[in-house]
Design a protein around this ligand. Structure first.
Ligand code: ADP
Ligand code: MG
Length: 146
């Protein structure tokens, strides 16, 4: 099935063009299309909407502080089974597998692998993708007004 996924290069990585380019290459290598890519800055309000399922968890305050700390780079990706394909190359949240973006990309810029500052977000379902893309579009519009 042709799906859309939302992929977001997180703060501290989005300001490294070589990281963005490498992630784009991974997406293209999966046979997927990047139909939109923009730099955005998450506000606390839109961070809470994007990560609604985690608000109230012990790690949430740290996550919100991180995701709102600097510029991110959001992408809308489209193609056959886009959601599962991208999640596989992104890697797990804890102890990402060898060869995955979360495991390999921090080394590219001399950083440690970290559970919170883990390079990239990718949608986990069609429902999440729709919600996250709507937030991304909202951010593009609100950031443009600055
Ligand atoms: P994923 O991004 O792999 O879907 P989750 O949805 O579980 O992971 O969590 C969202 C984000 O919150 C993670 O990508 C990571 O940045 C952060 N996070 C998740 N679990 C933890 C944790 N136990 N400690 C610190 N940060 C976490
Ligand atoms: Mg998740």
């Amino acid at each position: 099935m042709i799906e859309k996924s939302y992929v977001m290069v997180k703060p501290g990585f989005a300001n490294h063009i070589e990281v963005i380019n490498e992630i784009k290459k991974c997406i293209w290598a999966l046979g997927l299309k990047i139909i939109k890519g923009e730099y955005v800055s998450y506000s606390p309000d839109l961070a809470k909407k994007h990560y609604a399922e985690h608000v109230g968890k012990d790690f949430y305050p740290k996550l919100e502080k991180y995701i709102t700390s600097d510029v991110a780079y959001g992408m809308i990706v489209e193609g056959e089974n886009a959601i599962a394909k991208i999640r596989r190359v992104v890697g797990s949240t804890k102890n990402p597998e060898k060869g995955t973006i979360r495991r390999e990309m921090p080394k590219m810029i001399g950083r440690e692998i970290d559970t919170t500052e883990n390079v990239v977000h990718a949608s986990d379902s069609q429902e999440s993708a729709e919600k996250e893309i709507a937030i991304f579009e909202k951010l593009i519009n609100s950031n443009e007004k600055i």
